[in-house]
Design a binder for this molecule. Structure first.
Ligand SMILES: C[S@@+](CC[C@H](N)C(=O)[O-])C[C@H]1O[C@@H](n2cnc3c(N)ncnc32)[C@H](O)[C@@H]1O
Length: 279
């Protein structure tokens, strides 16, 4: 018996993508990290500001003809967008072996993907013109965030650009008590310790590791809104997600809990993207 046969119907329906097995295929819907649950349901855009904010960010990152490293490419949806900007080369760095294999297939011809942590990529100093990372710093502690940003700085040549797209908090003077409530609610819902920051905090963090911020964009945190999903996944993609949700009660309950957490703190959360250059 394979691992798949122990899992719920939805995971049997969508355990493969781009010729590879999806990460966490064997975990049940009640315990899987939120982003992999959504991926298993058929969602491909797994970042808070959606595809449109990604596109704005990439247009400010100056990719054409440059060497790009992407941290945590996940299912390779941004990797595809990056390729459309015709980079000189592309290297994806994902800590999950299955995700790296999916991305490796997607970028074949222009680049490749490696299995490694963004904190310690093993790539050479000054080997990139642009580093891109989405929906991966938020789930780190302050120290973890710092070490990933320091690794981006090590990989980039002076003047090279670092583009991030993460979960933001607003306003900049949001009180600590509300921040803690948001973190606890997110941890319960997505089963990952998410620690979003305000725009001022993201900026200060990047500056502390030797970057200068050139552009900041934002979009509502609408990861589970129907209109955002039609824009990000297309009508066929949304129908696939809904069909999978109907078949999996545990997944439905998880998604409703996530949606409640996102809605409750909607006015204080956003998707934030920043492009900064290495001084
Ligand atoms: C929420 S998804 C983000 C995927 C993609 N960037 C997107 O926006 O759709 C998380 C992905 O980040 C990867 N990841 C998380 N932390 C990482 C780290 N420290 N180093 C490398 N990959 C990481 C996971 O393996 C997974 O593929």
């Amino acid at each position: 018996m394979t691992d798949h046969q122990h899992t719920s119907p939805v995971s049997q329906a969508t355990t493969r993508y781009a010729g590879e097995e999806l990460p966490f295929s064997e975990r049940d819907s009640a315990h899987i990290p939120g982003h992999w649950l959504l991926a298993r349901l058929g969602k491909r855009v797994l970042r808070p500001g959606g595809r449109e904010l990604t596109r704005q960010m990439l247009s400010h990152a100056g990719i054409e003809g440059h060497k790009v490293v992407e941290f945590a490419p996940g299912l390779g949806s941004t990797a595809k967008e990056i390729l459309q900007h015709t980079p000189a080369s592309y290297v994806g760095v994902d800590e999950d072996r299955k995700a790296a294999a999916i991305v490796d297939n997607i970028v074949a011809g222009t680049g490749h993907a490696v299995t490694a942590k963004a904190q310690e990529t093993g790539l050479p100093d000054d080997s990139a013109d642009v580093v891109v990372g989405e929906a991966m710093l938020t789930m780190q502690s302050d120290k973890g965030k710092q070490s990933i940003i320091a690794e981006a700085a090590r990989l980039l040549r002076p003047g090279g650009r670092y583009a991030i797209h993460e979960l933001g908090l607003e306003p900049d003077n949001l009180d600590d008590e509300t921040k803690t409530l948001i973190r606890k609610s997110l941890a319960r819902a997505i089963k990952v310790n998410a620690r979003p920051l305000t725009a001022a905090e993201w900026k200060a963090l990047l500056e502390s590791e030797g970057f200068e911020v050139d552009w900041i964009g934002s979009a509502p945190m609408a990861l589970l809104d129907i209109r955002r999903n039609v824009a990000d996944e297309g009508i066929v993609g949304v129908l696939r997600i809904l069909r999978n949700l109907i078949r999996d009660k545990q997944a439905r309950e998880r998604v409703m809990t996530m949606k409640r957490a996102f809605t409750q703190y909607r006015q204080h959360m956003n998707g934030i993207a920043v492009v900064a250059h290495k001084r």
